[in-house]
Structures are given as structure tokens and as C-alpha cells.
Write a protein that binds this ligand. Structure first.
Ligand SMILES: NC(=O)c1ccc[n+]([C@@H]2O[C@H](COP(=O)([O-])OP(=O)(O)OC[C@H]3O[C@@H](n4cnc5c(N)ncnc54)[C@H](OP(=O)(O)O)[C@@H]3O)[C@@H](O)[C@H]2O)c1
Length: 257
């Protein structure tokens, strides 16, 4: 039985992953942005499963979340699942003054990774759109030109793979991998998505359980349990280090080694 922390478990793929892991007999710690969302999402189905809170578009709340999640650890697996899509229209700044897609999708998992105790398995949700990611370290918050939400999202999902791979090469004894869940019918995936929630959750569950020897690996990128090659930039150690440096500067928290 594994103890698993899943961010963004109030909806979509994260909720499905939590439900399936619980059915399989694992201990799950859920995460909701606030009490209200937890009540809406969990009231009927989850009973006494522990929930921790924090809005990932706030650096302070994300730091507090790291502390409260850690109190319920240690974890065998942490699934960095929470995310927002690129269709949010105009460029939105959080109250920290940071472009929202970057803060929720990249800085939040970076902060949690850097502040929380290490789990044996770290799983980062990326997307097939990471292939279209173009690192722009001179304009990482998309301040220049016309804002393109899908480009910001694609970039953020490439950065998630880079964080997964940086953890993979830096944390001895920890297995860290990234997952493209497919195009899944959720709030984020939209109604035209081609694949169902079971498909979206299966790889994270497979990696968490580690029953298949093919799932006991480090520094890989998977879709539907098949290893894929990620965007070449994801493997570039110098680029990974630059990203970590930028995240350190923005959060004041160094990458945990
Ligand atoms: N669906 C797809 O087709 C697809 C494809 C590729 C990759 N992915 C990736 O899969 C992951 C899960 O996506 P999904 O499709 O399941 O999306 P979803 O249904 O929209 O669920 C996203 C989860 O993240 C939470 N979340 C978002 N912003 C948050 C914030 N500021 N603070 C705290 N929690 C926040 C949501 O909370 P609320 O319920 O309160 O909003 C929800 O629990 C994401 O990382 C996404 O990039 C999805």
C-alpha cells in the first residue's frame, strides 16, 4: 500500500487518479484550492480521506500547502497534477504579479518539490503540447508581444518535464517521471477531447504502484504507459538549470538537492 499526495484532486484527472488509488487500497492525501471546493468535490464520495488546502496561484498559499501536506507525509508518491489550460484569454497576473499559467503550472510544482520531503516517486503531469514548448528565458512571463495562451501553456508543460528530469538526475534513490495523459474530457481538456478519464489516470497509477518492471524507471516521459521522447530541450541540463535558477529567483526558494 502506498501513501500518495495528489495536487488538484478536486476535478478531472486528479480526482479520477485519487478515486482509483483509493479503490486499490492506497492511502491518498487530497488537495483542494480551498474548503469550499473540497466540500463540493469530496462531500459525497470521500468520507474521511485527508485533504490539504492551497491556491496554487498564490506563492504564500503554496508554501503553506507544502507544510500542511508534509505533516501528513512522508509519501511514497507525489503526483503534481494540478494545472490550468491555455484558453484563459488575456494574460492574467496573479496577486504575486506573475503570469498565471506559469505560476500555477510551473512555479507551484517547483515550490512544492523544493519545500516538501522527498517522495520515493515523483510524477509530473505534462501534455503532448510540451512538444510545442519554446523556452524563453528572456521573457518567461510572456510580457512581450501579443499574449498567446496556448503557447504559454505549451511552454509550461515543457517546463514541467524539465523539472521532472532535473529531479530525476539530482535526487538519488528517487524515481521522477513526466506523463502526457492524452486529450481527456475534463474542464481543461474540453468537450471535444478524444479520451476518457480512465486513460488519463492510468499511467500515474501504474507509475505509483510500480508493479510492472517497466514502470520502475527514472527520468522518462510516458503516455499511456509507453515511453516517448520528450521535447529535446527537456533533456538539456543547462536549460534545466537555467529554469531552476529562474524559479529560485522568483520564489526565493532554492531547488532542493
Ligand atoms: N485534460 C487534458 O486533455 C490534458 C491534456 C494534457 C495534460 N493535461 C494535464 O493534466 C493535469 C490535470 O488536468 P485536468 O484535465 O484534470 O484539468 P481539470 O479537470 O481542470 O482539473 C485541474 C485540477 O487542478 C486544480 N487547480 C487548478 N488551478 C488551481 C489553483 N490555482 N489552485 C489549486 N488547484 C488548482 C483544479 O481545482 P478546481 O477543481 O478548484 O478548479 C483541479 O482540481 C494538468 O496538469 C493538465 O495540464 C490534461
Amino acid at each position: 500500500m502506498a501513501k500518495v499526495f495528489i495536487t488538484g484532486s478536486t476535478d478531472g484527472i486528479g480526482l479520477k487518479t485519487a478515486e482509483e488509488l483509493l479503490k486499490l487500497g492506497h492511502d491518498v492525501v487530497l488537495h483542494a484550492r480551498n474548503q469550499e471546493r473540497a466540500k463540493e468535490a469530496f462531500a459525497a464520495s470521500f468520507g474521511s480521506v485527508p485533504v490539504v488546502f492551497g491556491d496554487l496561484s498564490s506563492l504564500d498559499e503554496t508554501r503553506d500547502l507544502a507544510l500542511s501536506a508534509d505533516k501528513l507525509g512522508p509519501y511514497d508518491a507525489i503526483i503534481h497534477n494540478a494545472g490550468i489550460g491555455g484558453g484563459i484569454g488575456n494574460r492574467v497576473l496573479t496577486k504575486d504579479g506573475i503570469e498565471k499559467i506559469f505560476q500555477v503550472n510551473v512555479l507551484a510544482p517547483y515550490l512544492l518539490t523544493s519545500l516538501m520531503g522527498k517522495a520515493n516517486k515523483m510524477i509530473y503531469l505534462s501534455s503532448g503540447l510540451e512538444a510545442a514548448g519554446r523556452p524563453r528565458f528572456d521573457d518567461i512571463l510572456h510580457e512581450q508581444g501579443v499574449f498567446d495562451g496556448m503557447q504559454a501553456y505549451s511552454d509550461s508543460k515543457l517546463y514541467d518535464v524539465m523539472i521532472a528530469f532535473a529531479v530525476a538526475r539530482s535526487w538519488e534513490g528517487v524515481l521522477s517521471n513526466a506523463v502526457d495523459p492524452g486529450w481527456i474530457t475534463t474542464k481543461l481538456g474540453g468537450p471535444n477531447a478524444t479520451d476518457n478519464l480512465d486513460r488519463g489516470a492510468e499511467t500515474q497509477i501504474w507509475l505509483t504502484e510500480g508493479k510492472d518492471p517497466r514502470s520502475v524507471v527514472n527520468g522518462k516521459y510516458f503516455k499511456w504507459k509507453q515511453e516517448l521522447t520528450a521535447n529535446p530541450t527537456a533533456y538539456d541540463v543547462q536549460m534545466q538549470e537555467k529554469l531552476l535558477e529562474i524559479c529560485h529567483e522568483m520564489t526565493g526558494v532554492p531547488f532542493q538537492v
